[in-house]
Design a protein around this ligand. Structure first.
Ligand SMILES: [Mn+2]
Length: 388
């Protein structure tokens, strides 16, 4: 029989769940947005037998099976209208940087498709990003499948366009080669250094793979950018039998920080986050998250080109992403989701969860979008409350 250690008693008021239940009242206090009313008008009135008159005849807005956009958010066809939104979803469906098993060009499609599962509310975190954030999906960058360097130019230019307009980018990869042009596109718009927190089983710090800047090379080139110094690069989850000796040498030479899965086990996700933030933010103005789905154990993330057994657990990686996002970020990429190897969309779903947890933590900590107004909070609770 397992003896459970008796710690401090559990009090109802101390539970996250108690707080999240309270939030559910606050989140609904502000009612529907103009956008929701607009979508109801577009979709026409539903049949008489439908009691909920908020359900339109033609499905519009969030609850659709497959609109083709992330979380069924608005598709921004005219990129000249990118201005004032909180978040833009961008696909970078390039997998010509893959050294072994390709397929990540279908990553954006798979993550968008499975993202329809969520309406943007999280009952554990007590946050509704569907309400808190004005999110648009810009579709995909035109990558050039036969040409890595031209694809880099396209991706870097697209990210620069977004950075200049100060909309928070979520980049759906693609293989990890896109990590370099993502940073290259952002760097000119940051008034100081950029730190990179990189979840991966692989160090991705080689100068070349097979004579090209493929998916094992993004951070060699990214940290050559003058305001993206390798001393602000933190790698979490490194290890396994598909690693690169050269990458580890370069990490040492350039004084990057490498934390293995055993380090995460030993110190726990919260202390790893604390240390990662300290290093990534040291003399930096912004921090970027690069989430390689293969940082997670292939039991949970089989749909990837270079799986490495013994990886992070989903709840560990999600907790770490939330901890990092709570301090604010300049953007995020999710890479190496390879649907041809996936099972029941679980890998794509984990990629989506990484994004949602990142956005949710930023909203909760006042780093992005808006929480319900003080008026709404007061109305719901009968008392003035401050943001948790
Ligand atoms: Mn990797």
């Amino acid at each position: 029989m397992i003896e459970r250690e008796r710690g401090e008693p559990i009090r109802r008021d101390d539970l996250n769940g108690t707080w999240a239940m309270q939030q559910s009242h606050i989140l609904d206090a502000e009612g529907d947005s103009e956008r929701q009313e607009e979508l109801l008008a577009y979709g026409l009135q539903s049949a008489e037998s439908v009691r909920d008159r908020n359900i339109p005849l033609f499905s519009r807005g969030r609850w659709r099976f497959n609109s083709g956009t992330f979380m069924n958010c608005e598709y921004l066809e005219d990129m000249r209208k990118l201005d004032g939104q909180d978040v833009v979803i961008i696909g970078a469906p390039y997998d010509g940087g893959t050294t072994f098993r390709p397929g990540t060009r279908f990553g954006p499609q798979a993550m968008r498709r499975i993202s329809s599962l969520t309406g943007g509310y999280n009952s554990g975190l007590g946050v509704d990003i569907g309400k808190a954030l004005k999110m648009v999906d810009a579709g995909d960058i035109s990558v050039i499948p036969a040409n890595l360097e031209k694809s880099f130019d396209q991706i870097a230019k697209a990210i620069s366009y977004v950075a200049e307009r100060e909309v928070f980018p979520i980049v759906l990869g693609g293989d990890h080669a896109i990590g370099y042009p993502d940073v290259r596109g952002l760097a000119p718009f940051i008034d100081g250094n950029i730190g990179i927190i990189h979840f991966d089983r692989h160090s991705d710090l080689s100068e070349y793979n097979q004579d090209e800047r493929m998916h094992g090379a993004p951070f060699f080139h990214a940290t050559n950018i003058p305001n993206a110094p390798p001393t602000n690069l933190v790698q979490i989850g490194i290890g396994g039998w598909t690693g690169s000796k050269e990458g580890m040498k370069i990490a040492r030479d350039r004084r990057a920080t490498v934390m293995t899965v055993d380090d995460v086990d030993r110190f726990g996700p919260d202390r790893i986050v604390e240390y990662a933030l300290e290093i990534a933010w040291k003399n930096a103005k912004a921090v970027w998250i690069s989430f390689d789905i293969d940082s997670v154990d292939p039991a949970f993330a089989p749909g990837t080109g270079t799986p490495a057994s013994g990886g992070l657990l989903p709840r560990e990686v999600l907790r770490m992403i939330r901890g990092i996002a709570a301090e604010g970020l300049i953007g995020m990429e999710v890479v190496e989701v390879s649907p041809p190897y996936d099972v029941s969309d679980i890998t794509a779903l984990l990629g989506v969860y990484g994004i949602l947890d990142c956005l949710g933590a930023m909203v909760l900590n006042g780093k992005l979008g808006k929480l319900p107004s003080a008026d709404a909070q007061e109305e719901a609770t009968g008392e003035a409350t401050t943001n948790a």
